[in-house]
Design a binder for this molecule. Structure first.
Ligand code: SF4
Ligand code: SF4
Length: 436
């Protein structure tokens, strides 16, 4: 194999021809490794392939379809676009594939969507409507921009200047204010001064996820600049999607390292874990609840920091300089578990699919908007799994997960409670979150 120049730039799908062409169809991207599985019931990791059954919907199918597209052997069709977009970009396939092969599956899927938009075929019509709302009203829902801070309780006064900046995000600002309120009250109770962005805009997660790279880049530059101007040292999110966008995808699309952002990106689960371990926050109130924790994809396997890489690929596909692969193992797994375990009365039970092997809730990356029935189905699968371990509640750490689970739970009329991490922590420090 002659040496070829290659990089991890997702805007050039040609960078991933090797990855697409070397898929051996072993289906490690679909099955959860047998050593982790007590049985066959929860043995699949790919929502798309599990729901739609045909091989074309699995990562192995998408690799072949992508290669044929790039080589001009296949043209776009409605079904092909459905295959590209009825996929939660959850990263479960990437983790599975990298147990055996160093193929960049997640990046290839992202690059294929960028290509679809460049070719004038993507994204889906529903995505285009949301993109308009983001561009005009600076939020996902098209709600009035001036209402963005309506969630803020009167008794909480953000500082004009602080080391910690709370980036609230669209979902917690408009749809799930209880998560933003709980987060602010937790910070207040721990004596952490925090500020808000003077004019917060959407993070643009969906724009990037559906392949609208130019729009996403514009927003990334604007948002990073706005945070840098505040002088914040830490950007804190209570949203997993926003966390991944700030920590991984902004650097990725701006060709920089996470370390060069100029501030640290931290999720509430990490921050609370630290506060508890240094004695700044006490979870004293008893909550008698048997609960299970759902790892949001964007906080777990998709959250490892980004470092740009370019080099050469030579014999046997070996790359030079060496490339440290992002395998999902260094995501945020333990901090939320340690916190939940430290709440008196809480019994934390694990679902069969957990950590890197967790099954996506189905909400993220533009899926729910274009394929609502698929998104509800994925959430229902997860709720069944939670009931299997006799959990009374499913807890996540992202407003998008909560939203999707809550809707699926109410459709089923079941008794499973759906909660966000922030709400449980707040309940355990006292419902008002007053400083102790
Ligand atoms: S695990 Fe990787 S090599 Fe195997 S079928 Fe899936 S994408 Fe292809
Ligand atoms: S990203 Fe998730 S839904 Fe999409 S192919 Fe991979 S495992 Fe399946």
């Amino acid at each position: 194999m002659p040496k070829s120049k290659v990089s991890l730039d997702v805007t050039q799908v040609e960078n991933f021809i090797f990855d697409m062409s070397r898929c051996i169809k072993c289906k490690g991207c679909t099955w959860v490794d047998h050593i982790y599985m007590p049985g066959v019931k929860y043995s699949t990791r790919c929502p798309s392939a599990t729901k739609y059954l045909f091989d074309s919907y699995g990562a192995y199918g998408k690799m072949r379809i992508g290669l044929a597209l790039v080589e001009g052997r296949l043209d776009y069709s409605d079904e092909l676009l459905k295959i590209l977009y009825a996929c939660t970009l959850c990263g479960a396939c990437d983790v599975g594939c990298k147990r055996n092969l160093d193929l960049e599956i997640e990046l290839t899927l992202e690059a294929l969507r960028i290509k679809a938009v460049k070719d004038g075929k993507g994204p889906m019509p529903e995505h285009k409507k949301i993109a308009q709302k983001i561009m005009k009203q600076h939020n996902f829902f098209g709600s009035p921009h001036e209402n963005r801070r309506k969630w803020l309780p009167k008794e909480i006064k953000p500082s004009p200047k602080a080391d910690v900046l709370y980036f609230v995000g669209c979902s917690a600002s408009y749809i799930h204010p209880e998560i933003a309120q709980a987060t602010a009250k937790i910070l207040d109770a721990s004596g952490t001064p925090f500020m808000l962005l003077p004019d917060e805009w959407c993070c643009g997660n969906m724009l990037y996820s559906v392949g609208m790279i130019d729009e996403a880049r514009k927003l990334a530059k604007r948002n990073i600049d706005a945070v840098r101007k505040t002088g914040a040292k830490t950007l804190l999110t209570s949203c997993a999607e926003g966390y991944r966008m700030w920590k991984v995808d902004y650097p990725k699309i701006l060709n920089m390292s996470t370390a060069d952002l100029g501030f640290k990106v931290v999720h509430l689960t990490e921050y609370v874990d630290e506060l508890i371990k240094k004695g700044a926050l006490k979870l004293a109130n008893k909550i008698n609840l048997r609960l299970t924790y759902h790892d949001p994809c964007s906080l777990s396997r998709l959250s490892e920091p980004w470092v740009p890489w370019k080099g050469e690929r030579g014999l046997w596909g070996v790359v030079n300089p060496p490339l440290e692969r992002r395998r999902g193992t260094n995501g945020i797994y333990q901090p939320p578990r340690d916190t939940l375990n430290s709440i008196p009365g809480v019994e934390l039970v694990e679902m069969p699919r957990m950590r890197e092997n967790a099954f996506c809730c189905g909400a993220g990356r533009g899926t729910k908007e274009a394929f609502p029935e698929f998104a509800s189905w994925a959430a229902e699968q997860r709720l069944v799994e939670a009931k299997e371990v006799s959990a009374e509640a499913i807890v996540s750490a992202c407003p998008w997960c909560k939203d999707n689970f809550a809707k699926a739970a109410s459709n089923n009329g079941g008794s499973l409670k759906v909660l966000d991490f922030s709400e449980l922590v707040l309940s355990s420090i006292g419902s008002t979150g007053k400083r102790r």
